[in-house]
Design a protein around this ligand. Structure first.
Ligand code: CA
Length: 523
């Protein structure tokens, strides 16, 4: 009898589907499950499709993602809108672009309730001038300017408080081929207040027709060559870098004045310039304040700074030179360290669960691509960075790396972000077998409550499916172990069996993923 050798529902090669499981082929020639359209929407919103994946080019990935957004809109448009707003407002994605794009798709829906919800959500998804210009660019390509959309964009201007609107008008003058003048001309909203009227007139006709000391200050600042006067104006009227004439941007004192009121995101973006301009020096007061700001978790989370954005900022800052151009600076080591700490703080707060975790990072060839929103980081390195959060929170954590073989990964709670990234970058790559973490733990009889696998779900190489390997582990060890899949690419694939409540799909770059992980571990 060799039937059982040839057909065994407990062990199926990954190149074939588990019988009657509903598995589908992935892009690598293996069989996996697909996630439901709402989960795929989340992956699209959080990961984006920029740069594509190792297997799928950016265009096809975007078409697939957008097609799925449309399918979700067809099912329940208002639900799509509220999901977009929720993820965007909470700062869960490294980039807001997919949310803006998806919102624009909603505004083109034939369903009136969907369009209405999308128009209403505009100010919460498009919070800055840049977001609004991005939205305008998509709208132009996608649907054109009907009355509803013009009134929504006009409403964006009336909805902002005059001070904020003046700030937006100076800070984000034009992007994506659009300016505030263009949009105000196109939508011509009726000014809600006298302040709005003066501002609109100033933006559209460059003419100051009423009493606005702030606008007058902006005009004076644009024309001045006197650094001392510029500093007075910056301090009195709270003016941003964008309002300063280029010539004065070489002055240390001007940058020091800007630093005093710099919001968190601008601070993180300008660390190199502040160092180059000698506002940030190894022992200076500004450095102390910067470190204090970067150690303030509440402030970081309120500012919606995404952890991956901090990881990228840290890599760029510590390099001491810009990616483009000739900019060079001498990084202050304490600031580099503070960015490392800020990275961990940017995730939602989680309490240790006390569970035993095995963190397995897929370092196969397909994880060497740079996923969207993580420019410069490989997917495997971004995964290593993400895994640090669990390492620093939980007490019993075994970090491992795998491709077609399995090895210990030298990460501890004290490992810095840069070290974690460097250690995964240096690993050799091979074919993918996502069952290895469970097979290894079974063989070594390692007690594990939660397996966490950071992968693109393009597994194909193994003699047994990951879900089957998990079942075998549970049986042999007598532990109801769970499996969490941290998806690092926005495909529809997953190695998690959707019919097994002990398996969960999480979007890898989601700033709230540590929270999802610990809630699931405790369930
Ligand atoms: Ca792979």
């Amino acid at each position: 009898m060799k039937y059982a050798k040839l057909f065994n529902v407990k062990q199926t090669p990954q190149s074939e589907p588990i019988p009657n499981s509903g598995q589908m082929p992935n892009s690598a020639g293996g069989y996996v499950w697909t996630i439901d359209p709402w989960k795929q929407l989340d992956r699209f919103l959080i990961l984006g499709t920029e740069g594509g994946t190792y297997y799928v080019d950016e265009r096809k990935l975007t078409v697939d993602g957008a097609t799925n957004v449309l399918a979700c809109i067809g099912r329940d448009g208002p639900r799509v809108v509220s999901r977009i707003a929720e993820i965007s407002e909470a700062g869960r994605a490294p980039k807001n672009d997919p949310a803006i794009f998806a919102l624009a798709l909603c505004t083109a829906s034939p369903n009136e309730a969907t369009r209405k919800a999308a128009f209403e959500a505009l100010p919460s998804v498009c919070r800055t001038g840049t977001h609004l210009f991005q939205f305008a660019a998509v709208v132009k390509e996608l649907r054109g300017w009907g009355r509803g959309i013009r009134s929504a964009v006009g409403g964006w201007y009336n909805g902002k408080e005059p001070n904020d609107l003046a700030y937006q008008a100076i800070k984000y003058r034009q992007r994506e081929g659009w300016s505030h003048r263009d949009l105000l001309r196109l939508t011509h909203p009726k000014p809600r207040t006298e302040h709005h009227r003066v501002l609109f007139k100033w933006i559209v006709d460059n003419e100051l027709t009423g009493n606005s000391s702030r606008l007058a200050a902006i005009e004076e600042l644009a024309a001045t060559t006197d650094a001392r006067r510029a500093i007075e104006l910056i301090r009195e009227f709270d003016l941003p870098r964008e309002a300063i004439p280029t010539k004065l941007l070489r002055s240390t004192e001007v940058w020091a004045a800007l630093f005093e009121r710099m919001p968190m995101t601008a601070l993180i973006r300008n660390l190199a310039t502040l160092t180059k301009r000698r506002v940030l020096t190894p022992y200076g007061e500004a450095t102390r304040r910067t470190i204090e700001a970067l150690s303030d978790g509440d402030r970081i989370r309120r500012a919606r700074v995404h952890p991956i954005a901090i990881a990228i900022a840290r890599a760029q800052y510590s390099a001491g030179r810009g990616l483009l151009g000739k900019a060079k600076w001498r990084p202050v080591p304490r600031i580099t360290d503070a960015l490392d700490e800020a990275f961990g703080l940017a995730f939602a707060n989680v309490e240790p669960t006390g569970k035993r975790f095995l963190l397995a990072i897929d370092v196969s060839g397909s994880m060497s691509g740079s996923p969207a929103g993580a420019s410069g980081l490989m997917a495997s390195s971004a995964a290593a960075a993400m895994s640090l959060v669990t390492l620093r929170t939980e007490h019993t954590v075994t970090p491992m790396a795998f491709a077609d073989s399995f090895r210990a990964l030298d990460l501890t709670p004290k490992t810095s972000l840069a070290e974690a990234i460097a250690r995964t970058e240096g690993l050799s790559f091979g074919a993918t077998d996502c069952a290895l973490p469970m097979l290894w733990a079974t063989e070594m009889a390692i007690p594990v409550d939660v397996f966490v696998i950071y992968t693109d779900n393009e597994t194909w190489f193994g003699e047994i499916h990951p879900a089957q390997a998990l079942a075998r582990y549970r049986e042999k060890m007598g532990i109801a172990a769970k499996l969490v899949v941290m998806a690092m690419t926005p495909t529809e694939f997953t190695i998690a069996d959707p019919s097994d409540p002990g398996m969960l799909d999480v979007v890898g770059f989601d700033a709230s993923s540590p929270q999802a992980l610990s809630e699931f571990a405790l369930m």
